[in-house]
Write a protein of this length. Structure first.
Length: 280
């Protein structure tokens, strides 16, 4: 009887791992933790707004004083830039809007902390934007939830002159927006995954794909950049992040290639060093 139960349990676990590979223990191989669960070591931002509580990064705004922000601000990971990667984390939000910046850049030191531009894996306390791809201080929404899009650059005539513009072309679906929203837990912990390979970008929440984007606009498609976490202007809000980890997919590819070429890839974490001109 015990052996039958053990075989059944093993089979059940194997089936679950096959159906939901994002959440299996074995799938964590090759990931690097970006947050120690204790303090903001390795991160930079306004410590009036960002702190650590109960093992999670906490971003909190208020309705007056130094906590009432007048621009979006960010907590920036100081470990360097990322290129091709898979990022996994858990988040919880109460009120407002937030997001995960990737392949982004710090544009200035704002009154309330770093101001960042670039790709954003969006999420909110509402029911519309969680899971979309938004470009902060850039091209805006590049994919609504459930969409599969291709971003292109087109020439248009404006005032008798040719002008280049961004065109977001919807080419398919990864799901229905309402169905995806139904899987997102309100004011509770949710799991977010971002995968970036070349110009192909994918977001997942709680194991469900939310967008699929190919960014073919070479003049604007970022290939590398920083990671950062957002707090947004507007009503008072609270956002938490934990279990933040990343896998360098470019390093994984190089190490796979070495098996066939016989040339060893460098033994590094695979991240690009911070740029010389980076603000301290």
């Amino acid at each position: 009887m015990n052996s039958k139960i053990s075989l059944f349990a093993a089979a059940t676990f194997a089936c679950a791992a096959f159906l939901n590979p994002i959440r299996t223990v074995g799938a964590e191989a090759g990931f690097k933790n970006l947050f120690n669960g204790k303090d903001l070591n390795g991160w930079e931002g306004n410590t009036t707004l960002w702190s650590v509580q109960d093992g999670a990064i906490l971003g909190k705004t208020g309705s007056d004083g130094d906590s009432k922000i007048t621009h979006n601000t960010f907590l920036v990971w100081k470990g360097g830039e990322v290129g091709d990667f898979e990022l996994r984390l858990s988040y919880k939000i109460v009120g407002g809007n937030s997001g995960i910046q990737y392949r982004s850049k710090v544009t200035e030191a704002g009154k309330f902390g770093p101001i960042v531009a670039g790709y954003q894996a969006d999420f909110e306390a509402g029911k519309t934007y969680s899971g979309i791809l938004y470009e902060e201080r850039g091209r805006g929404i590049l994919a609504q939830r459930g969409q599969k899009t291709v971003i292109k650059e087109v020439e248009v005539q404006k005032n008798g002159k040719k002008e280049k513009q961004t065109k977001v072309e919807v080419v398919g679906k990864v799901g229905e927006s309402d169905d995806i929203q139904a899987k997102i837990k309100n004011e509770d912990w949710n799991d977010y995954v971002v995968i970036a390979r070349g110009n192909h970008l994918q977001h997942f929440i709680n194991g469900v794909q939310t967008i699929d984007v190919v960014d073919e606009q070479e003049s604007k498609a970022a290939k590398t950049g920083i990671l950062a976490l957002q707090i947004h202007t507007g009503p008072a809000m609270t956002v938490q992040f934990k279990n933040i980890r990343i896998k360098d997919l470019a390093l994984r590819k190089r190490r796979a290639e070495e098996k066939t070429s016989g040339v060893s890839a460098p033994k590094t974490e695979g991240f690009i060093s911070p740029t010389a001109g980076e603000r301290k």
